[in-house]
Design a protein around this ligand. Structure first.
Ligand code: S6P
Ligand code: ZN
Length: 186
């Protein structure tokens, strides 16, 4: 047996989405989202007006990034809009493209926007008590369409990795907007 990692547990507050003892706490601020929203000037206004607020956070325990292990995290995305567009994460393909992922909604509500390299795009609702399966090869991004933080628990093969570059170049073909009092996907 090549490796003997010890079993462990992790405390997660299911109301706030805070993992009490993460090894890694990634914070993405509004300024980290330059280039992602359709309305670039609305993003600059948000950065100036609210002093570059936290956009989303990822809480993780360090797991070796090798086959056999599973990595897991809590993702917490704030509510709000940049112009008409709901707050969202950057989105990524997995570097090892044939690796899947499970997202379990913990609190809040929104969409998981999924895209294949062919251009096929699917928006799947996520909320407390809704789990989303992201099959191999699909890029994925969380979008918060609610008024509360969207908190998800994610699990994926530890070797998957994150490929942000390809989806940033291609873009997701759909955006999720609040327009004329309604949620619109266009
Ligand atoms: C990892 C998983 C999530 C996201 C997190 C932030 O495979 O999909 O942990 O990393 O929701 O989103 P993003 O698109 O900035 O990595
Ligand atoms: Zn992923």
């Amino acid at each position: 047996m090549p490796e003997t990692m010890q079993p462990f547990n992790v405390s997660i507050d299911l109301l706030t989405g805070i993992m009490s003892n993460p090894d890694e706490h990634l914070i993405r601020r509004a300024s980290d989202m330059r280039g992602y929203y359709a309305d670039a000037s609305a993003l600059e206004n948000l950065i100036d007006r609210e002093n570059d607020p936290v956009h989303y956070e990822v809480f993780e325990r360090t797991i070796p990034e090798v086959g056999g292990h599973l990595r897991f995290c809590i993702s917490k995305l704030q509510p709000g809009r940049v112009g008409e567009e709901y707050f969202m994460t950057k989105g990524h393909y997995h570097t090892v493209a044939h690796t899947a992922e499970v997202y379990l909604g913990i609190s809040g509500r929104g969409l998981l926007l999924n895209k294949l390299p062919s251009g096929q795009c699917q928006a799947v609702p996520i909320a407390r008590d809704l789990m989303v399966y992201v099959p191999p090869y699909w890029a994925h991004r969380s979008i918060n369409t609610g008024a509360e933080p969207l908190v998800s628990f994610c699990v994926y093969p530890a070797e998957a990795g994150h490929n942000y570059g390809d989806i940033l170049t291609e873009g997701f073909p759909k955006r999720v907007l609040f327009r004329d009092g309604h949620e619109v996907i266009e």
